[in-house]
Write a protein of this length. Structure first.
Length: 138
């Protein structure tokens, strides 16, 4: 009985795969095959991760808990010593002295002193108007 059910299920699967394969386009078939192969390729790594996870859980269950060392309480408060750091003094390197003020170039004059050229705009359909009418539109 089980053999008949298995053979009929296999025949049904093959027939269904042939019918779907004939009706789908090449691109759709490529997407389906790629998805199936991708899932099949991820199965071994999933099994390894699952095995490592379950193994570490079983090992942690039987491991002895960490022993805490019991120490006697102190009779006095711990001593705290504060030491002030020395103030920072920048090192002086005589070979790297700043040049005299006259050695620098003068800064450029601001751009606002230079007159800007008039901007030219190209208006769609501009050739239909006379030159005097163009300034009236702007």
């Amino acid at each position: 009985m089980n053999r008949i059910v298995a053979l009929s299920l296999l025949a049904f699967s093959i027939t269904l795969a042939l019918l779907i394969g004939q009706r789908l386009s090449d691109q759709a078939m490529a997407v389906i095959v790629g998805s199936v192969i991708g899932v099949a390729a991820s199965m071994p790594m999933t099994a390894v991760v699952l095995w490592l996870t379950l193994r570490s859980r079983d090992g942690a269950r039987y491991a002895a808990p960490f022993a805490r060392s019991e120490s006697a309480p102190r009779d006095e408060a711990p001593r705290i010593m504060l030491i002030q750091p020395q103030p920072y003094v920048a090192p002086h390197y005589p070979q790297y002295q700043q040049p005299a003020q006259g050695a620098y170039l003068n800064p450029p004059s601001p751009v606002a002193h230079y007159p800007r050229p008039a901007r030219e705009f190209k208006i769609v359909g501009q050739e239909d108007f006379q030159y005097e009418d163009r300034d009236a539109l702007v």
